[in-house]
Design a protein around this ligand. Structure first.
Ligand SMILES: C[S@@+](CC[C@H](N)C(=O)[O-])C[C@H]1O[C@@H](n2cnc3c(N)ncnc32)[C@H](O)[C@@H]1O
Length: 377
């Protein structure tokens, strides 16, 4: 039987992997508020409105949405324990005024005629078997004039994680227990985590979720995947990070939403080097370079997946692709290029060298948040 993305792994690991450390509620709510505002969702907008959240996990983010006072809040998740944890959190800490419904269901099986002012799908569309179809299905629940918030991930924004995954594949042996494997990786990546501020999970949880969770059947879901699939009914209201500069006078409206969304896709490709490395803010470059970078990173991901399926003689091919990528970006993003070279050398040598200068602090832009608005009509 094929593995159900996220659900089978989380059922084995328990709800802890989708849990977050939010002890400082004030700081957490401020982060959520600034995310919402940047995406075009004024906090007061949700008061008295209806909301549906797909894949709420253990409900940490949902607590902020709940606090904004919607009249009705539907939460759909296929993990029974995860959903139970989310219910417990919202019933104990949420507002008494919100009518909530918790639905344990696969996204594919959820059906309803109800439309919502706000649809949320955070961290649950990428890695599905058919992300674009799922995205289109979820859009259907947005009321005319309403909003949908979702997240995207690309082979480029996830390249640094991909290399850490490759490092894991290089040294773990199946004779080791899972705990021994995780502990080994924690020791290898200790200095990497030291460079990450505001981690909301332990290194063990991060490693299990990102390096051990099976992804080989899943797909990335990129900003172009999402925006190119949108009909003229939807327009982007914001993205985080905000990679798009728009100096258009407000009266000079685009002929169609499709035309406007297409500009965001073009800007995505000419900002590719900013998605690959969060340490840098590079000037824009040619779209052609962005497309080439994404193509090589996607090839690397297919090679990683094949290694994880047991093809052992792919290592030279994968190191060659990475070296080609490093060369391609060396004149525009030298620090990233050096990080790739160093990672390749380290992984090739079995993770022995301890004095790494570039790789430990290299993290990509991971997931991006996007918000779209449905035309009022
Ligand atoms: C990675 S977690 C994201 C949690 C939270 N939204 C966040 O951003 O931190 C994905 C969530 O989606 C749920 N999920 C994933 N695929 C699903 C599917 N096909 N049907 C129903 N639930 C699913 C998982 O149980 C989990 O709670």
């Amino acid at each position: 039987m094929t593995e159900k993305p996220y659900l089978d792994f989380y059922a084995k690991q328990g709800a802890r992997l989708v849990s977050r450390d939010v002890e400082d509620t004030d700081k957490f709510f401020r982060a959520r508020e600034s995310l919402y505002i940047a995406l075009g969702i004024a906090p007061g907008f949700l008061r008295g409105k209806t909301v549906i959240e797909f894949g709420p996990g253990t409900g940490h983010n949902a607590l902020y949405t709940d606090w904004l006072g919607p009249s009705r809040f539907v939460l759909v998740d296929g993990g029974p324990d995860i959903l139970a944890a989310s219910k417990e959190r919202l019933v104990t800490n949420g507002s008494h005024l919100v009518e909530r419904e918790f639905i344990c269901s696969l996204f594919d099986d959820y059906n309803s005629m109800e439309l919502f002012d706000f649809v949320i799908a955070e961290g649950c569309i990428p890695n599905q078997t058919n992300p674009v179809d799922l995205f289109k299905k979820m859009q259907r629940f947005v009321k005319p004039g309403g909003l949908m918030l979702f997240t995207t991930v690309s082979s480029v924004s996830w390249l640094s994680e991909m290399l850490r995954r490759l490092a894991k594949n290089r040294i773990i042996s199946l004779e080791m227990s899972e705990e021994e494997q995780v502990n080994l990786m924690v020791s290898k990546f200790e200095d990497h985590f030291d460079t990450l501020k505001n981690m909301a999970r332990t290194p063990e949880e991060w490693i299990l979720d990102n390096l051990f969770q099976p992804h080989a059947e899943g797909k990335f879901f990129t900003i172009p995947d999402a925006l190119n699939s949108l009909s003229n009914e939807f327009i982007v209201s914001g993205t985080i990070p905000t990679y798009f500069q728009d100096w258009t006078w407000y009266k000079d409206v685009a002929h169609s939403n499709i035309e406007r969304n297409a500009k965001l896709v073009e800007a995505y490709f000419s900002n590719m080097l900013n998605f690959v490395d969060r340490r840098l803010i590079n000037p824009t470059h040619s779209q052609e370079l962005g497309k080439q970078v994404e193509e090589i990173a996607s090839d690397v991901w297919s090679q990683v997946c094949r290694i994880e399926k047991g093809e052992v003689d792919l290592w030279d091919e994968i190191f060659e692709s990475l070296t080609q990528l490093s060369l391609l970006i060396s004149s525009e993003a030298l620090q990233t290029s050096k990080s790739i070279d160093e990672a390749v050398k380290w992984i090739r040598g079995g993770l022995q060298d301890k004095r790494l200068l570039y790789f430990p602090s290299w993290w990509g832009r991971g997931q991006q948040h996007v918000c779209i608005c449905r035309r009022q009509v």
